[in-house]
Design a binder for this molecule. Structure first.
Ligand code: SF4
Length: 220
């Protein structure tokens, strides 16, 4: 059954990280997450306390409430630059699994899209998604046991990479935690964190270093 979808923004860009780094993609950012309400004053008590994304509302580029799966899929399709193949859409958030359903994925596929999702792994996913990137957070209840790529922010005090050994993936990535200012004024030094991540990968070669290249080259 189709339903309204609350979308923060939709834009065409290059995938900046993980297995598909450099690949043109339409990003559809769904509003809201189940691990943080998006309010700075509640960050400290959130299950996920290092989010660097504006996850609430529908006020971004091409954001809005899309009444049906068809309406949203057509909007995404309009952002693809031509009719040629290799169409790729990344459903992200917030937590996209709060809204992405089988009907919506099917609509995208009927328009020729390969469909990827970036999820925190706490909610079940529709079976028809083509590429699952799971980025689990400490203290959360993970229900996903298999995915295409597992992407872990490093370090997380209560969720070092081994915590997620129960998740089977084709590729394992560690992302150095971005410098972020929290409510209590805490901040993190990017270069030190990257060195820690490099060292961890060298010592545990199942893991690969994941850099957020979109931030390095300054694209959306
Ligand atoms: S799980 Fe992802 S979207 Fe949700 S608060 Fe954490 S980083 Fe942000």
């Amino acid at each position: 059954m189709s339903k309204p979808y609350k979308v923060k923004e939709i834009f065409y860009t290059l995938q900046g990280e993980g297995f598909h780094t450099g690949r043109p993609a339409v990003f559809c950012r769904f509003s809201k997450c189940n691990l943080w309400n998006g309010r700075e004053e509640d960050r400290e008590d959130a299950i996920c306390d290092f989010c660097d994304t504006d996850i609430n509302g529908t006020d971004g580029l091409n954001g809005g409430v899309y009444k049906t799966a068809t309406e949203l899929a057509v909007k995404i399709s309009e952002l693809w630059p031509n009719e040629l193949g290799n169409r790729f859409v990344v459903c992200t958030g917030g937590e996209p699994a709060l809204q992405v359903n089988e009907v919506f994925v099917e609509e995208l596929k009927s328009l020729g899209f390969e469909v990827a999702i970036e999820t925190n792994g706490t909610l079940p996913l529709p079976d028809n998604i083509d590429w699952v990137c799971c980025s689990p957070k400490g203290k959360s209840n993970i229900v996903i046991k298999n995915c295409d790529e597992l992407k872990v922010v490093f370090p997380q005090e209560d969720a070092m990479p081994d915590t997620f050994n129960f998740i089977e993936a084709s590729f394992y990535y560690l992302t150095p935690k971005s410098p972020v200012k929290t409510n209590n004024g805490q901040s993190f030094e990017a270069s030190n964190l990257a060195q820690g991540t490099i060292n961890y990968c060298l010592e545990n070669p199942k893991w690969r270093l994941n850099l957020q290249t979109h931030k390095i080259i300054n694209i959306a």
